[in-house]
Write a protein that binds this ligand. Sequence first.
Ligand code: ADP
Ligand code: MG
Length: 184
Amino acid sequence: MKNKLRKEMKLKRSMLNVDEVTTMSRCIYENLFSLSCMKCAKTVCTFISAFKEPDTISIINTLWNEDVKVAVPISNVDTNTLTLSYIDSINDLKKGAYGILEPIRIKKADETEFEVILIPGLAFDKNGNRMGFGKGYYDRFLEKTSAVKIALCYSFQVVEHIPAEVHDVPMDYIITEKEIIKIR
Ligand code: ADP
Ligand code: MG
C-alpha cells in the first residue's frame, strides 16, 4: 500500500517538465515566504531539491540575502541518519549519496538553532502525515526537534490518507503551488 503510492508519486513527479517544475516552484516559494515564521527565522534547515522536487535553491538565495543561516542535510547511508551542515555558497556542493547535492566540507550545524525545517516527501495527507522514500531519514531527524516543520510538495502529492506509524513525525504545514495547509 505504502510502496504502491511511493511508486505512483515517483512516476508522476518524474513526468513533470522543467516549465511545470519552475512555475509550481515559484508559487510554492511565494506561499512559503508569506508565512510569518519564515519572515522571523534566523536559521533555516532545508533539503536541496533533486528528482524534480520543488526548487529550494531560490529559497536558499533569498534566505542568504536576508542574512539567515542555512543548513542542509547529508545522508549517512550506513545508519539512515542525516548530518546537518551549514552552507554559505551553492558552489560548496557536490553530488553525494542518492545523487543529491551535499556540502563538500561539513560545518556541523547546531540543530537546536533551527527555527524552521523545510522537508521533502513523496506524499502527504491533510493531517500532516508524510511518506518519504521509505528509509525513515527524516523521522529520525525530526523526532528531536522543536522547529516548525514545513513540507514542500506539489498538489498532486496531497492524498486522502497516509497510513502513519508511531515513528512518523507529522508536519506543521504542507505547502503546495495551490495552497498552504496548516495542520491543527
Ligand atoms: P519514510 O518516512 O522515509 O517514508 P518509514 O516511515 O516507512 O519511511 O520508515 C522506514 C523505516 O525506518 C521503518 O522500518 C521504521 O521502523 C524506521 N524508522 C523510522 N523512524 C525511526 C526512528 N525514529 N527510530 C528508529 N527507526 C525508525
Ligand atoms: Mg516515515
